[in-house]
Design a protein around this ligand. Sequence first.
Ligand SMILES: [Zn+2]
Length: 347
Amino acid sequence: MVRRYILILLLIFFGGCVTKKIIYNVYYVKPFDWYPKEKQDSTIKFFAPNYKGLKIFLDPGHGGTDRKNRGPAGLAIEADLNLKVALYLRDYLQRAGAIVNMSRDRDTFISLDDRSRLANEWGADIFISIHHNAPGKPDDIYTNYTSTYYHATTKDYEYDHSSHDIARYIQRDLAYAMGNSGGLGSFDGTYSDYWIYPKAGFSVLRKTNGPRVLIECAFHTSAYEEQRLIIDEFNQIQAWGIFKGLGKYLRNGIVTLSLEKDSLNLMKDKNLSILINDRNIGIDTTFYIAQIDTQNVPITFEINKNLKKLKIPLNQNLSAGTYELKVVVRNVNGNHSFPFRKKIIFY
Ligand SMILES: [Zn+2]
């Protein structure tokens, strides 16, 4: 009888240990184009013509006094994961010929305002904020997915099509590299930041000028994911996913717009003329958005072999003053033009 009780007690004791401490066998795949090193070099070389000279600003979230976000075992600290992935990404980008700047390259506190200000002052072509996620319920140690955020929604004036394009490309290859899905809230794993903060979004996406995205690589709060995130090699694979996603986006061509003349003489100019630089990919003339002070205006394309322009006929009733012009076009591969919002002055 006594022996039986001891056996039951032993079962409860060791059984309890097993259920309390879950040991995961973590699993990930080394991408075939990343390992061995020669494959990695040739992949970087393949994307290099598209990365060359591009100014990319990396923003590893948190850091310094802001280090409280961590995994359930206390091993993964979000601030450190963000920095590690960003530093590996910087290495890939620089090897591909991109010019990289960072809001921080070590464990230090940078305010949200400064992150955007530094990127804007530097004149970043593309801004990428890197984070790891946490669920609404603090005791949830299971939720885990990869998500990428763009600012505002398709219905908002603030929305930028090119940021959403970049988010889609990064999300697809990062989620694939990590072996994660994109969560329940969207089909492709990209989300508006209004989903988190309605009508406001994330500060770094709201205040940065150019194409900008914020990546939540995975949930550091997932007991399983935490075990992977603390593996250095896995952080490199995360960065590789971002590098390849952005590289594929760039291969489909970026489009930039510029005003032919900064200010206009209303008496003489009948058209507002905008130059299109599509890197010779070709423009899809079935799509455009053109607005003066948020009012839609018509445009005409003038596409020649050597010069691509669009013209906006000026309403001669417009009085002298300052207006905001917003234009979006897209190339034949579906990539939209970088944000173009300019103050125009009529004399
Ligand atoms: Zn974060």
